[in-house]
Design a protein around this ligand. Structure first.
Ligand code: URA
Length: 439
C-alpha cells in the first residue's frame, strides 16, 4: 500500500478502508510516514469528511497505538467525564468528588490548558505538592482506597493522537468533526472506564461555536463509544459566557471549594448538578435522572463531596490547608470598571480566556510556566445591569504591565447595551445513542 494512494482516495471523496486507516496511523506513529504526507491526508479529511465507519476505524487505530488501561482491579462501574474545553470550566473538580462520594469510582485522566481554554491538570497543580504524574498501579490503588484520582495523561495512552494533534495544531486541521471525535474518544476509551459522560461545549468560548456543530460532534462521539461497548452520553452545555465567576487556576480551585461547600455561583452549581446526575445515571447509582439529581444535591449539602475533594488532595500528596484556609493571593489586584451604564449583552468567553492568559494564568509557549494565582474574578455576568464606573471584574496578576493588556482584551470582550439579552440556557441538549433531546 502507498500513502500517496490513500491521500488521493480521500482527496477524491472516497471512504477509506479500515486497512488504509490502520496503515496510515501505524506508519505515522512509527515515523515511517512523514509529516507532509500525514498533513495532506488530514487536510483531505477536513475537506471531504469521514463517515461513521471510517471515524470508528480511525479511533480504533489511535486507541490501539499505545497502552490501554485495565481498571478491572477496581470494583464497580468506573465512570469518566470529558469536556471539549472552555473558559472557567472547573466542573471536573466538582462533579468528580460528587460522583465518588455517592460510591461511584472515578478514575480520570485530564489534560492541560489548550489555547484560550484552561485545563484540569493545571488547576490541580495550583495546590502545593499535589502530584498529577502517578504510575498506573498507584493510580488504581488511590481509586480503590479513596474512590477518586485525577491524573495527567500517561505518556503511552494513544501516542498516535499526541503526534497527530501536534500536527493538526499547526496545519489548520483542528476543526473537523471526525478528527476531533476520534482524537477525544481514542484517549477516553484507552483510559479504560466503563462509562463516559461527554460535556460538549457550545458558543464563543468553545471549539464548536454553533449548536448544530456541537450536536454533530456529540453524536459522532457517542456513536464511537457505544460501538466500543461503553455506556456513553453527551450533554451540550453553554460556553458562550465563562462558567462561574473565576477564570485562572487557584481562583478556580477556590470556586470549586466554595461550590462544594454550598456557596458557589448558581450557573456553575446548576451545570455541575446536571452533569453529576448523568454520571451517576450512567453508573447505575439510581434508576432515573431525578433520583440521581437528588443524590448529587445531597452530596453537596451533607459536605460529603467536599470531604471527598480533601481525601483526593491528601491521597495525591497535596497540601489540603489551601482548600480549607484559602490560597496565597496574587501580588497585584485591580478592578476593571464599566465604561458605560446599561445591561451586559455579551461576555465573549474566548476573549475572557485570552485576558486571563495575558494576566499570566496560561502558557503562550509549551515551555512557559504558569502563575497559578493569576486570573479574573467576574463581579458581573451577561444580563446584569451596571452603572458607568461600576466594577465588572477583579484582575489578579504579578505586574502592572500585564493589567493593561488584559484590560484592552476585556474591553473588546464585554458588550454593554440598553436592553437585557434573552437568558442563555445552561444545557441545550442531551444526546444518547438513539436520540437528541432538546432542553
Ligand atoms: N480536544 C482533543 O483532545 N482533541 C481535539 O481534537 C480537540 C479537543
Amino acid at each position: 500500500m502507498r500513502m500517496y494512494d490513500v491521500i488521493a482516495n480521500k482527496k477524491q471523496g472516497r471512504a477509506l478502508t479500515g486497512e488504509e486507516i490502520r496503515f496510515f496511523v501505524e506508519g505515522f506513529t512509527k515515523a515511517e510516514i512523514p509529516d507532509y504526507q500525514a498533513s495532506a491526508l488530514l487536510m483531505a479529511i477536513c475537506l471531504q469528511g469521514m463517515d461513521a465507519e471510517e471515524t470508528a476505524a480511525l479511533t480504533d487505530a489511535m486507541l490501539h497505538s499505545g497502552d490501554v488501561a485495565d481498571l478491572s482491579s477496581i470494583p464497580g462501574v468506573k465512570v469518566d467525564k470529558h469536556s471539549t474545553g472552555g473558559v472557567g470550566d472547573k466542573t471536573s473538580l466538582i462533579i468528580g468528588p460528587i460522583t465518588a462520594s455517592c460510591g461511584v469510582p472515578v478514575a480520570k485522566m485530564s489534560g492541560r490548558g489548550l489555547g484560550h481554554t484552561g485545563g484540569t491538570i493545571d488547576k490541580l497543580e495550583s495546590i502545593p505538592g499535589l502530584r498529577t504524574e502517578i504510575d498506573p498501579e498507584s493510580f488504581k490503588a488511590i481509586v480503590r482506597e479513596t474512590g477518586i484520582a485525577i491524573i495527567g495523561q500517561s505518556g503511552d495512552i494513544a501516542p498516535a493522537d499526541k503526534k497527530l494533534y501536534a500536527l493538526r495544531d499547526v496545519t489548520a486541521t483542528i476543526d473537523s468533526v471526525p478528527l476531533i471525535a476520534s482524537s477525544i474518544m481514542s484517549k477516553k476509551l484507552a483510559a479504560g472506564s466503563d462509562a463516559i459522560l461527554l460535556d460538549v461545549k457550545t458558543g464563543s468560548g468553545a471549539f464548536m461555536k454553533t449548536l448544530e456543530g456541537s450536536i454533530e460532534l456529540a453524536k459522532a462521539m457517542v456513536s464511537i463509544g457505544v460501538r466500543s461497548g461503553r455506556r456513553v452520553m453527551a450533554l451540550i452545555t453553554d460556553m458562550d459566557t465563562p462558567l462561574g465567576s473565576a477564570i485562572g487556576n487557584a481562583l478556580e480551585v477556590q470556586e470549586v471549594v466554595d461550590t462544594l461547600r454550598g456557596n458557589g455561583p448558581a450557573d456553575l452549581e446548576g451545570v455541575c448538578i446536571e452533569l453529576a446526575s448523568y454520571m451517576l445515571l450512567l453508573a447505575g447509582a439510581a434508576e432515573d435522572a431525578a433520583k440521581c439529581k437528588t443524590l448529587a444535591r445531597n452530596a453537596i449539602s451533607s459536605g460529603s463531596a467536599y470531604g471527598k475533594l480533601l481525601d483526593m488532595c491528601r491521597a495525591q500528596g497535596g497540601d489540603e490547608s489551601v482548600l480549607r484556609d484559602g490560597f496565597t493571593k496574587a501580588e497585584v489586584q485591580s478592578l476593571y470598571t464599566a465604561a458605560a451604564g446599561g445591561y451586559i449583552t455579551h461576555m465573549d468567553a474566548e476573549l475572557c480566556g485570552m485576558a486571563s492568559l495575558a494576566l499570566g494564568a496560561g502558557r503562550a509557549r509549551k515551555e512557559d510556566s504558569i502563575d497559578y494565582s493569576a486570573g479574573i474574578l467576574l463581579l458581573k455576568k451577561t444580563g446584569d445591569r451596571v452603572d458607568a464606573g461600576e466594577p465588572l471584574a477583579q484582575l489578579h496578576t504579578s505586574s502592572q504591565a500585564k493589567l493593561e493588556e488584559a484590560g484592552k482584551i476585556l474591553t473588546s470582550a464585554i458588550a454593554i447595551g440598553e436592553a437585557p439579552p434573552p437568558p442563555a440556557k445552561p444545557i441545550y441538549a442531551v444526546v444518547t445513542h438513539d436520540k437528541v433531546e432538546m432542553m
